[in-house]
Design a protein. Structure first.
Length: 142
């Protein structure tokens, strides 16, 4: 597992996974459908109780507008916990509202990307994200 995709919209999740497949990253993806499932997975709780949480993703792609627990709350918890604060988090959302952007950076997001309009633009942007965060970025030893 190298990419955790937290996305509640099935169409956006499918597009993201398709873009990652096109760039040969799809076999390394975990798709979680809301913020509560993401918290359970990352911290090995609930349905993921007993998961080896020492295996951390190289990047988390996080939507903001989700049911149960929104992306800002997920980001807040990830960046405030010593076990997870070094995991790169990229917000991939349709919201370009300034309060969301500012709040995410204040909480420690590594990148904030507004989902591009248009199929090809979206595919290219997600492919570039995968390339950077999986192949080029050098994370700290954890």
């Amino acid at each position: 597992m190298e990419i955790v995709l937290v996305e509640d919209n099935p169409a956006d999740a499918e597009l993201t996974i398709r873009a990652l497949k096109k760039n040969h990253f799809a076999n390394k993806i975990i798709h979680l459908k809301d913020g509560a499932e993401a918290m359970d997975f990352i911290f090995g709780e609930g349905a993921y109780d007993g998961r080896d949480t020492t295996h951390k993703p190289k990047v988390i792609l996080l939507d903001l507008k989700m049911p149960k627990i929104n992306g800002i709350e997920v980001l807040k918890r990830l960046k405030s916990d010593d076990r997870t604060k070094s995991i790169p988090v990229v917000v991939l959302t349709s919201s370009n509202e300034d309060p969301d952007v500012t709040t995410c950076y204040e909480l420690g997001v590594n990148s904030y990307i507004v989902k591009p309009v248009g199929f090809e633009n979206f595919l290219n942007a997600v492919g570039d994200l995968g390339l950077y965060w999986i192949l080029l970025n050098q994370p700290p030893n954890r």
